[in-house]
Design a protein around this ligand. Structure first.
Ligand SMILES: [Zn+2]
Ligand SMILES: [Zn+2]
Length: 213
């Protein structure tokens, strides 16, 4: 534009008045300028449209990509759900198996305990029976020993009363015609031992007397 202004100024200075020339030249210039502007405008519009188309295309691509991502997410969600379900099923199965094993273990332990308790009960019973038998045996032995003791004591008493007398001391004269209880001879009197009251004639009495006399 600066060039056009400069040209106008030059024509004015040269004193050329010709409006005809100016008109023709101006017209051409204006036409060219208009054409140029139109061209520029068209170019810009085309570029804008291209850019719009690009933007639309990008948007479409982005939408498509988002949809794909969402679809993939849905698939992932489904897979995760499926995996979780499988895990839960497996855990439930494992839990069931574990509980079954624990129950078996408990039963086995319980059975073992019952057997042990039964065995201990039988052992206790047996020990009690044995103790009772021993007690009875001992009581019987004690009773027998006591009986034997009484028998011995009785026999000793009898011996003492009959035989343990040394027939010492003064034998009293028992008058009256009778037979000696030892030699059966007839006597007018017999002598009586002061210890055991045995009766004997004077001849037999000598046999009873202790040696030291
Ligand atoms: Zn005597
Ligand atoms: Zn006699």
């Amino acid at each position: 534009m600066a060039a056009v202004q400069a040209l106008k100024q030059k024509l004015r200075n040269s004193g050329v008045t010709g409006s005809t020339i100016e008109t023709e030249e101006e017209k051409d210039r204006k036409d060219r300028a208009r054409q140029e502007r139109q061209r520029c405008k068209n170019l810009k519009e085309r570029r804008l449209e291209t850019e719009k188309a690009n933007v639309t295309k990008q948007e479409e691509l982005m939408n498509k990509a988002r949809e794909e991502i969402e679809a993939a997410d849905r698939v992932d969600d489904q897979r995760i759900t499926a995996i979780r379900n499988m895990q839960e099923a497996r855990e439930a199965r494992e839990g069931e198996e574990r509980r079954r094993k624990e129950y078996e273990k408990y039963n086995k332990l319980r059975k073992g305990n019952l057997e042990r308790l039964e065995r201990e009960r039988l052992e206790r019973e047996w020990e009690a029976k044995l103790a009772e038998a021993q007690r009875q045996q001992q009581a019987q032995a004690e009773a027998e020993a006591a009986e034997r003791g009484r028998q011995e004591e009785y026999e000793e008493d009898s011996y003492n009363s009959e035989y343990a007398c040394d027939h010492g001391g003064w034998w009293a004269k028992v008058k009256g015609r009778q037979n000696c209880l030892v030699c059966y001879s007839v006597r007018k009197f017999l002598l009586e031992c002061p210890g055991c009251q045995i009766l004997a004639c004077p001849k037999c009495q000598v046999g009873f007397r202790p040696y030291y006399e």
